[in-house]
Structures are given as structure tokens and as C-alpha cells.
Design a protein around this ligand. Sequence first.
Ligand SMILES: [Zn+2]
Length: 397
Amino acid sequence: MIAAMSRSRPSVDRPGSQSALKSANQQRLLNLLLVNGELTQAEIARRSGLAPATVSNIVRELVDHGVLVGTDGTRPRGRVVRLARASGVAVGVDFGYQHITTAVADLSHTILSTRRVVLDVGRDARGAVDCARQLIEEVLEEADTGWDDVVGIGAGLPSPIDSRTRKLGAPSLLPGWEGLDVDEFISHAIGRDVAVENDANLGALAEHVWGAGRGYDNMAYLKLSEGVGAGLVLDGKLFHGGRAGTAGEIGHTTVDEYGAVCRCGNRGCLETLVAARAVVSLLEPVCGAGLTIADIVERAERGDAACRRVLADTGRQTGVALANLCNLLNPERVIIGGELAVAGELLLQPMREIVRRYAIPSAVATLDLVLGSLGPSAPVLGAVALALHGQAQLINS
Ligand SMILES: [Zn+2]
């Protein structure tokens, strides 16, 4: 197991001794595989800076110990290596405002099982974490594995998290969680260390590792759901900002100083105009109560003028904020995710028009504004990626 290997690192090795070097090289290789899922031996050599013969030797040894599995080497790419199922699993938990999703993946990044339940997460922190623990038990059982095999757990919350206090950066967004140290609270309830991160950041991480952001070192992920937030990857790393670490709160940029009152306590935030409930409430008077975003998109696709208009306006209003983001950060790719992403081009085309109109030409000359490829699963997959990355850092430290 990875965790066991990390713990059993020989402590008597002097730096520079043969066995210490071997151990450090092994860790570098394991680290790369944790973050990337699977790689060819040539890719491992290139990315780690190790000699191909050294990589070959380490891989052979780790395959013999059952830590890695590899193909026979005759494929066009050469020998592909990944962490064996027996090396453990990683767990992700996505706390939404109204749902919890959990997923378990093996260390080669294959999702083995997922579960989702509807629950008022924002008001009932205790109920939410107890439910999360139960869901983790269920995904582990379905994946035919158990707590002993879990090497890391990541979790996402739909709120900024102050990295100094580990409390919510805007408590009114999740009133039931106010004043809690979220790492400690979730870890205590789950019974294991859990790495906690903002959900839009996790969406960005997942799209960067597995989805539409793969290969883009400067990208933004915009989550348009009950909440609106951005996750930023800059120079290939998740960007948290300054000491508080709450960068990316694009949903709470002021669009109209005297606009509707936002959950954060301010007025006229972007979120008051483009969050899922804002879109639904604009259309309910004409379409009827109990409307969902999926209903609105279906009606729009059938030609309903009001639904088309509201989705286009949502794209335009989001586009203004995105144009500002592009001017400031010049991302190569902006990825749209969250519940509203099902509207596809009905939303994106007007958004693109406005981004091009309001951003300076150089900031958007090579910009792609695209849909996420992981759909609503992006945050929970990001939580799995967080668990894998956390484990890689642990091995690396
Ligand atoms: Zn706000």
C-alpha cells in the first residue's frame, strides 16, 4: 500500500546513500503516477529526470512487489505503468448546497463507485457529515474495498474557506457551518484526515487533471449552479490567492450596487443574477412553479422564447464578469461547469460574444470558452484528485 510504503521509508538512510537515493527515486515515480494516473516508462523518465534504465529497474521492482502493474511494452506508446488496485483507493466527497456526492477511485484514477443524495447541507452540518460517512461506507462496499485500503480523502464545500482559520470565508453562505473548523469537523465525523477545498477549485482541478483543462496551465473553471464561483489554475497549479486563500469568488463581484440582496450580505452580486435559483425564479411566473434548469433547457431547445431569452441573458451577464477575469488573468481556456452547463451553446454563444466585446483583444485572442467535459461530477472527481495529490505530497515530503 502507498501509505504503508510512505510510512515504512527507512529512517536510517543517510542522504546520498544508495538506498536513500533509491527510495527517493521510488517516491518520485510513485508521486508522478498518483497525480497522472498512468504513464509510459518514457514519460516517467522525461518528467522525473531519472535515467530510463533507473526507471526500468524501479518499475520492475515495484511490479514484483505488487505495487504497480504494467503492460507488456509492445503497444505503440511503449510500456504503460499504473498503480495496482492493491495499492489502495482514494475517496472524494462533494458537499453541494442541496446534495452530497461521494466517489471512490483506484490509484490509477478509475472511478469504481459513486453515490448521490439530496440533503439540505447548508443548514445541517452534522446531518451532512454523518450522511457523508454513510455514503463513503456504501461506495467502498460497492467497490468491494474497505477503510483499510483508503489512502486519502478529499472533500469540497460550496463556500470560500479561509486558509488561516479553516473556517468559512463567508459564513452566511452555509449558515449551519458557521464557526466550524471545517477540516477538523469533517475529519472527526468521518474518522480519518480529510483534505477540504472550495468546490469550484475542485471543479478546476478535476477538469485540469482529467477533463477539458488537460494540458492548459492557465485556465479558469466557472461553476454556475446554486452558487457561482471560479477555480483558477495558474502556471499549472491551483491558485488560492493571498493569506486567506479565497481567490476566485467571481459570483460575489458587484454587478449592480443597488441590486438584489445576496446570500453573502452584499447587493447586486453576479450570483443574484445568474445562479440557478435566479434563472428559475425569472421564469416561474410564466412557466409555472417547480421549474428546474433541465426543464428550462428542454423548453428552450423546443423554441420557448422566454426560456431562450433568459438563458441568453444569463450567458451575457456572466460574460461581462468573465471579460474582466480575462483582462486580469489572461487564461488560455475558460471552462463552464455546474448545473447551468447543460444549457450548452444556448448559454455559451452569448457569453462568448460578450467576452469578446468587453475584454481587450489580446486577452481573448487565443481564448477558448468551452463546456467542461466532466459534467456535474467535476467537483467530486476534483475531491478524488485532491486526495491523490495530497497523498503525492505526503510521499514527496
Ligand atoms: Zn454575494
